[in-house]
Structures are given as structure tokens and as C-alpha cells.
Design a protein around this ligand. Structure first.
Ligand SMILES: C[S@@+](CC[C@H](N)C(=O)[O-])C[C@H]1O[C@@H](n2cnc3c(N)ncnc32)[C@H](O)[C@@H]1O
Length: 395
């Protein structure tokens, strides 16, 4: 495990907050008989009511936070995504719904709604599913402060995905990487689930237990796809519950498209022999490291997305794959170049800012290749949004 070096120390209040969450997790470990599966540790660290990283008031996004997401850089990302999804909303017509999962600060929803209004493709309703009460409040305040009343009136927050059949688009940026992940290790040819226990000083430590049937079957399925066994000592992550999760969020989408953008790899690269310690990554004040036990509640914990698993989960519930490509190709295929061209008319300061934003979104060493876009469709044509840089042959 790579230990973080030279991380800025949290202040006394932040430390006290983290200690309260650590005590709550410690009690959950004791109540569970001495160990919790890692996914449960991650769930509590990120989402324990009032204390978890996403549930409490930490800054999270932007320069003063821990990491920057594409919609936080400026308006280009949301404009291109809105342009990609507008044709689907038009195919559906007046009843269309835009369903965003995990809206963060509300930056994406604000710009997407503005752009859909500009190009006459407004959905009848814009629904947000946001498990964090703190972020929900921030989204509400931002949209009310910045959008005209007729756009605000279309926005509503859901506690659970729609029960009734609906038509429209589902969008999620950097949500799959925030789902509590199962971690496993191979030992003596067998799969073990990595769990979190407590040492004699009450500090979190890794422990293992034999994989249950769901995890063991999910890993056998992965290995069949790879046509090889993972070697002893190999550690990584898996989301055996992903098919159920996709069904829960999109099972009632009877006609429309889904778009997921996140960092990850097709399966062969995800489980490559070199990536023998998995993809777990923590973000604290713009530093990345992989110690999930450090300051619970003060840092984000993520795992990359296995896009092959996502493709299988989406098609299993009856969607067709529309396309899969790097974020850079997706944005360039949906109007990024034209937006920059039009910006030539703007004052130099704004033009340079947009050029810098576009570089962050598209450069391979920034977000351009590590982030990838995957689309699905049912009863609509979303394929034109994936005209460039098709990667589906690597799935
Ligand atoms: C890394 S942030 C990304 C926020 C935003 N999409 C952006 O790009 O700035 C992850 C978001 O997903 C939300 N989230 C986590 N689990 C979720 C779930 N099961 N359903 C919906 N949203 C979820 C978090 O609360 C947070 O808003």
C-alpha cells in the first residue's frame, strides 16, 4: 500500500470529526464480530449520515476541496454532454425526463439545463438522485440562485429511482467510482474478501475471510472472460452488485439512453497482471494516495470502473450499447471543437481560460483518456454521439 507523504494536516475540528466517524465505524466492526467487509467500511466512510465524506459539510469539489470533476472546471463538459443527449430528448418529445445521478455541486445540472434551453431540447422534468443531504442542499441553492424560475420549476430531487416507467436520459459523471466496492485477494488459488478489523490500539487493519458465493461467482466470471486465473497475492476490486444497481436505477427507463462517464478500463486492462494492487484511490486536498484508513470522513475513496462489467450490466437489462470511447473523443465528437472555434470572438482572457479548460478535459495525461464514456440505448438512437474513437472492441 502506497503511504501518503506530506499531506497537509487537518485542523483540530476536522480531526475531531474524523475521530467521531472512526469511533462509529469501530463500533460497527465490534458489533459485526470483529470485521466489516471493505465495501461496508467505504460506505460508512463516505455516506454515514452527518459524518461520512459525502454526507457531511466537507468542501469536496474545486480548488478549496479535495478533487476537481469535469463539470467543476467550467461549462464546456456539460455543454457537450447536453449536445450529445439533446437528440435523444428530441426523439422522445414533450414527456422526456433528464435523470442525473449524483449531481455533486449542481454545476452540471445548471449548465446542462441552460444549454438544453438554448438548443430547444428541454426535458419536461430534470430529476436528481443525490444520497448526500449536504450536496442536495448545495444543488438546490445553486440552481435557485442561478437559473430562471421556469427552468428551476422542472427540477426535483428523488429519494429513490423512479418506480413508474419513464422515458428520457440517465446521466452519471463520476458516480460509479464512488460506489462502495468489494476488495478481494487471491491466496492459494482461492478468493478471499478483504475486510477491515481493529488492532490492539483500535487502529483499522486489513483482514480477510473466504469470498461468499456472490463474490466467488463474480470473480469466476471475470476469470472466464480473461481466459486466465489471477495469481496468488493478486488484489483488486469488483462490484458484484453492479447488475442489481443498474437494474435499480434504470430498470424503469422504458425508452431512452444512459450515459456514464468515469475513470476506468476495459476488463483486460483493469485486471492486468501489472495492476496487482487494484485501483483504490483516495483524494485529500488534491493529493492522491491509496490508504483508505487515513482520516475517514475527510477524504474521498474511489475505485476505477470495469467498463466491461458495466457493458454487461446495461445490456443484461435490455439496453443496446450505443458506444464506448475516451472522454476526449466523446467531447470532440459532440461539439468541443466548435465551441472553441466560436470562442475566438471572446476577449483574450476568456479565450485562454476556455482553452485551458479544454486541455484539462482532453489531454491524455489529464482527463482525456483516463476518463471514458459509455452509452446505452433502448428504443432511441444514441449512436451518433459515439462517432469518434470507438473502443468497444477492447471490452
Ligand atoms: C465524485 S462525486 C461526482 C459529482 C458530480 N457528478 C460531478 O461530476 O461533479 C460523486 C457523486 O455521486 C453521489 N453518489 C454516490 N453514490 C450514489 C448513488 N448510489 N446514487 C446516486 N448518487 C450517488 C455522491 O453523493 C456525489 O454527488
Amino acid at each position: 500500500m502506497r503511504r501518503p507523504t506530506e499531506l497537509p494536516a487537518p485542523d483540530a475540528d476536522a480531526r475531531a470529526h474524523s475521530e467521531r466517524l472512526a469511533a462509529l465505524i469501530g463500533k460497527a466492526i465490534a458489533d459485526a464480530g470483529g470485521a466489516l467487509p471493505f465495501w461496508r467500511y467505504m460506505e460508512l466512510a463516505l455516506y454515514a449520515p452527518g459524518l461520512g465524506y459525502y454526507s457531511a459539510g466537507a468542501h469536496k469539489f474545486g480548488v478549496d476541496g479535495d478533487f476537481v470533476t469535469a463539470p467543476e472546471l467550467g461549462g464546456l463538459f456539460a455543454t457537450c454532454v447536453a449536445d450529445a443527449l439533446a437528440p435523444v430528448l428530441r426523439q422522445i418529445g414533450a414527456e422526456s425526463v433528464f435523470f442525473e445521478l449524483g449531481g455533486g455541486s449542481g454545476a452540471f445540472a445548471q449548465r446542462a439545463l441552460e444549454r438544453l434551453a438554448e438548443c430547444d431540447a428541454l426535458p419536461q422534468r430534470y430529476l436528481l438522485l443525490e444520497p448526500s443531504a449536504d450536496l442536495r442542499q448545495r444543488q438546490r441553492e445553486r440552481l435557485h440562485a442561478n437559473l430562471p424560475a421556469d427552468l428551476c420549476a422542472r427540477v426535483a430531487w428523488l429519494d429513490v429511482p423512479p418506480h413508474e416507467p419513464w422515458q428520457g436520459v440517465l446521466f452519471a459523471n463520476e458516480v460509479l467510482d464512488a460506489l462502495p466496492t468489494t476488495r478481494f485477494v487471491i491466496d492459494d488459488g482461492q478468493a478471499f474478501e478483504q475486510c477491515v478489523g481493529l488492532d490492539e490500539n483500535g487502529a483499522f487493519v486489513w483482514t480477510t475471510r473466504p469470498a461468499d458465493a456472490l463474490l466467488a461467482q463474480a470473480l469466476r466470471h471475470v476469470e472466464r472472460g480473461l481466459e486466465s486465473r489471477m495469481p496468488d497475492g493478486y488484489r483488486s476490486e469488483a462490484l458484484p452488485q453492479l447488475p442489481f444497481w443498474i437494474d435499480a436505477v434504470a430498470g424503469t427507463l422504458e425508452r431512452g439512453a444512459m450515459l456514464f462517464i468515469d475513470y476506468g478500463y476495459p476488463r483486460r486492462e483493469y485486471y492486468s497482471p501489472e495492476r496487482s494492487d487494484g485501483t483504490l484511490l483516495c483524494h485529500y486536498r488534491h493529493r492522491a494516495h491509496n490508504d483508505p484508513f487515513l482520516w475517514p470522513g475527510l477524504q474521498d475513496i474511489t475505485a476505477s470502473v470495469d467498463f466491461t462489467a458495466l457493458a454487461q450490466a446495461g445490456t443484461r437489462i435490455g439496453f443496446d450499447l450505443s458506444g464506448y470511447c475516451a472522454q476526449a473523443h466523446f467531447l470532440l465528437g459532440n461539439g468541443l471543437g466548435e465551441l472553441l472555434q466560436a470562442a475566438q470572438e471572446l476577449p483574450e482572457v476568456e479565450r485562454l481560460r476556455l482553452a485551458q479548460e479544454a486541455r484539462m478535459l482532453t489531454m491524455p495525461e489529464a482527463m482525456g483518456e483516463r476518463f471514458q464514456a459509455m452509452g446505452f440505448q433502448r428504443g432511441v438512437d444514441f449512436e451518433p454521439a459515439f462517432a469518434f474513437g470507438d473502443l468497444s472492441g477492447r471490452l
